[in-house]
Design a protein around this ligand. Structure first.
Ligand SMILES: C[S@@+](CC[C@H](N)C(=O)[O-])C[C@H]1O[C@@H](n2cnc3c(N)ncnc32)[C@H](O)[C@@H]1O
Length: 158
């Protein structure tokens, strides 16, 4: 985890984010690379598709995807015309997402950053997607943090 991104957060939260990053690095390291987006499942591809639909028309929309995992949702939204910014605490997940985006011919703006410390301007996004990031969303704290950077559409699900 990029330690710079953790500056200013409470110690207990920093510890939890570090643990999440390490745990998920291990999970994604063990996964085989399948770069065909139509075959990528986090065992819940239906749910991801449903959550994306809640954001409405994606053409030209600026969307923040929090906890992108191996990039399935980010790539699908970019293929639908969104400008996608993805954040993650696991560097291994970010590398997998980069490969998936390259293979599918889309560009994503990717950052190693926890959802608890969004370093973006107020109103920087038209919408936010956050799926199955259980240690972060969809509680009140998460919604408050998200409301600062996107006022219009959110699709946040555990
Ligand atoms: C269960 S996966 C879900 C991935 C993706 N959203 C999906 O639905 O396919 C949760 C992901 O969130 C990331 N994560 C966990 N805590 C996070 C946090 N505080 N901020 C950003 N990402 C986080 C993990 O590293 C992991 O890749």
């Amino acid at each position: 985890m990029d330690e710079q991104q953790l500056i200013g957060l409470p110690d207990e939260l920093v510890e939890r984010i570090r643990e999440e990053a390490e745990e998920n690095d291990d999970i994604y390291r063990r996964r085989t690379a399948d770069l065909d987006v139509s075959r990528i499942h986090y065992f819940h591809s239906e749910m991801v598709s449903w959550a994306i639909r809640q954001l409405g028309d994606l053409q030209g929309a600026r969307i923040l995807d929090i906890g992108i995992g191996d990039g399935h949702s980010s790539v699908l939204m970019a293929l639908a015309g969104a400008h996608v910014t993805g954040i993650e605490v696991s560097p291994v997940a970010l590398a997998r997402t980069e490969a998936l985006a390259r293979h599918n011919g889309v560009k994503l703006d990717l950052h190693e950053m926890p959802g608890e410390a969004l370093r973006f301007d107020k109103g920087a996004f038209d919408g936010i997607l956050c799926v199955c990031v259980s240690s972060y969303g969809p509680g009140e704290g998460c919604r408050r943090i998200c409301a600062r950077v996107a006022s219009r559409r959110t699709s946040i699900h555990d």
